[in-house]
Design a protein around this ligand. Structure first.
Ligand code: 7TS
Length: 391
């Protein structure tokens, strides 16, 4: 029986059409784009097409920049460290404002910058698990805030943040705004032509492109000190020979992701809701976050009395791949910061399972997954002392 992959917020299958588009740029068109010879006549047109697809996919204008990176971690590091270097280190501003629920590549970079003397404020989320525009208004100080960084959608809960309003508030206050849109691309409309963000990060492997390539959007007129110095690739903004096949693949993946939003919003949402309804039909379960505030593909569910790690293992053993919503390793049972920020109880924080679908998920898979999940919950509760005592 085929395995069922429900961990698409971690990474996605590469669309076979993306793989085919990349193929010629490994062994045939392999010239270095910066020193072209006869082994690369198709390289520049293919790179231009890929860049056009990226610009179009996020609604960027001709004069905006999109820097090709190795991943979203790099894009987020680039923005935060660039802002530190350009605005904080020299004393013109002192603070970065972010949230308590960002991905570790954002929050750990902030912690590093704090060790260098930057002040970082981690804004709380409201009872819905998102940052209220009012909270930003209370925290933003044009004289000292160098950057506001708030994710577009959360990787664990799927909760969508009001980035449009947050970006407007930053604009009104003359403060730069960055968003990590890794979990938003291909799931909800991401249009920097409409939403006044200054910097935006994305990563190809979250939307059926290859792993190890991503992008950083920089609004026209803005400059950031590079993270990687070296040659003049990307106009000196990011040195290193560009990974041509991966750029080509990411461009096509972006075009398909942007063109697939209606399907995501109808069919994938319907499948996700079907899965979620079935989970909620099992006694002692709950789902984190209101449905209409979440990306259409994500469900973070809690099964009372069942340790998340145990359930992941059991599901995996029975052919269903998901992940724990909680990052707690089995050795260190610390609750995960997103759950702490959302005031989710310690017990629930250790029971979270994240199911995340993609456009490759099928109804037949969801129906089979539901059977496996029901059986797994039954099996694990039969041996769970906490479930028996709490009933
Ligand atoms: N930002 C967000 C919001 C993410 O979800 C991830 C990966 C990253 C950044 C890092 O992306 P990368 O391109 O550098 O790999 N998130 C997850 C996840 O939720 N489970 O596994 C990886």
């Amino acid at each position: 029986m085929d395995r069922i992959y429900l961990d698409s917020n971690a990474t996605t299958i590469v669309d076979p059409r993306v793989k085919d588009a990349m193929e010629p740029f490994f062994c045939q068109q392999y010239g270095n784009p910066n020193s072209l010879h006869s082994f690369g006549t198709e390289i520049h047109p293919a790179m231009r097409l890929a860049m056009d697809r990226l610009y179009c996919g996020i609604g960027a204008g001709n004069e905006d920049d999109i820097i090709i990176t190795s991943c979203a971690c790099e894009g987020n590091n680039h923005v935060l460290k660039g802002i530190y270097y350009d605005l904080i280190r020299n004393g013109s501003k002192s603070e970065i404002l972010t949230t308590q629920v960002e991905h570790p590549c954002l929050s750990n970079t902030c912690a590093f910058l704090e060790s260098l003397g930057a002040k970082v404020t981690y804004m709380p989320v409201n009872t819905d698990g998102i940052v209220d525009p009012e909270t930003l208004r209370r925290h933003i100080h044009p004289d000292r805030t160098a950057l506001v960084s708030v994710m577009w959608a959360n990787n664990e809960t799927g909760l969508i943040f009001p980035v449009h309003e947050l970006a407007e508030i930053c604009r009104e206050n003359g403060v730069l705004f960055h968003t990590d849109a890794v979990q938003a691309i291909g799931k909800v409309t991401v249009d920097v032509g409409r939403v006044p963000v200054d910097f935006l990060t994305f990563s190809a492997h979250k939307f059926h492109g290859p792993k190890g390539v991503g992008g950083l959007f920089i609004r026209k007129g803005l400059k950031l000190t590079p993270l990687i110095h070296g040659g003049e690739q990307m106009g000196g903004k990011r040195a290193g020979t560009i990974n041509v096949p991966y750029l080509v693949g990411m461009g096509l993946a972006m075009e398909m992701a942007a063109g697939n939003l209606a399907y995501e919003d109808s069919s994938i949402r319907r499948l996700r809701d079907r899965l979620e309804d079935a989970i909620l039909g099992i006694p002692g379960t709950m789902v984190v976050g209101k449905r209409d505030l979440r990306t259409p593909n994500t469900t973070l569910a809690s099964f009372r009395g069942i340790e998340g790690e145990a359930m992941i293992w059991d599901l995996n053993h029975n052919g269903v791949a998901a992940s724990t919503g909680s990052a707690c390793a089995s050795e260190s049972l610390e609750s995960n910061p997103t759950f702490v920020a959302m005031h989710i109880s310690d017990e629930l924080a250790h029971t979270g399972i994240r199911f995340s679908l993609s456009r490759f998920s099928t109804e037949e898979e969801i129906d089979r997954a539901i059977v496996v999940i029901r059986q797994s919950a039954q099996r694990l509760r039969a041996i769970s002392s906490t479930y028996k005592t709490n009933k």
